[in-house]
Design a protein around this ligand. Structure first.
Ligand code: AMP
Length: 216
């Protein structure tokens, strides 16, 4: 299955992605996680990405496209993919047409998770993430069993450096101006499935699962 998952910061892309890869045998490719791992390892890519991510801005297209092209050419993507957070601009979407064609894996469905602004703010500010297995928690409605510790792998949880109110405002602006046109692009192709992601996780998952079952 070849899936894109889209939505504003805090819409639950990471949480739904974890569930999708448990059910479908496809690699979860999150450009945000790839950048954060590179930042942690202080690679040249990470140092470059940090300049943008810490301001809430998108990493430039040429850097992002090169990274995703390399990743999609790895053998595990022959099974398909779950792309989380890519493409986020029209330039990235057009470049992806070419990448997907070359590996013979065209996009089959674009899941768009939509959440009201109020809920997004709480989700992002109170979000904590496992650096190791990338599980997502929320101090208010999905707290870890042991403070600051991942329920799944026991690693320490972190508060993402871009999960602040100031950065969220910038990220949401970028989302409206740069990423909404990407949704329109896939909308014209009839590939977008809108999911109301304001509901609780189990209900959102039911909708996501139903949408994916229709594709198969
Ligand atoms: P995410 O984890 O998807 O919320 O991404 C975190 C940050 O990584 C974003 O706010 C951007 O700065 C950067 N990023 C992730 N994916 C992309 C992308 N496709 N294009 C440009 N920047 C990205």
């Amino acid at each position: 299955m070849n899936i894109l998952i889209m939505g504003a910061a805090g819409s639950g892309k990471g949480t739904m992605s974890k569930k999708i890869v448990e059910l479908y045998d496809v690699p979860h490719i999150s450009t945000g996680n790839m950048f954060r791992d590179a930042m942690r390892a202080e690679t040249p890519l990470g140092l470059q990405a940090k300049k943008y991510i810490d301001k809430g801005l998108l990493v430039p297209d040429d850097i992002t496209i090169a990274m995703i092209q390399e990743r999609l050419n790895q053998p595990d993507c022959q099974k398909g993919y779950l792309l989380d957070g890519y493409p986020r601009t029209l330039v990235q979407a057009v470049a992806f047409e070419d990448i997907a064609k070359k590996i013979g894996k065209p996009v089959q469905i674009v899941l768009n998770l939509s959440v009201e602004l109020d809920a997004l703010i709480h989700r992002v500010i109170d979000r904590r993430m496992c650096e190791n297995c990338k599980a997502i928690f929320n101090l208010e409605y999905l707290p870890p069993k042991v403070e600051n510790t991942c329920d799944y792998c026991g690693s320490t949880l972190v508060h993402r450096s871009d999960d602040t109110l100031d950065q969220l405002v910038v990220r949401l602006k970028e989302h409206v101006f740069l990423t909404k046109p990407v949704l329109d692009y896939y909308g014209y192709k009839g590939l977008v499935k809108y999911v109301d992601a304001t509901k609780n996780i189990d209900l959102v998952w039911l909708d996501v699962k139903a949408a994916l079952e229709k594709v198969q």
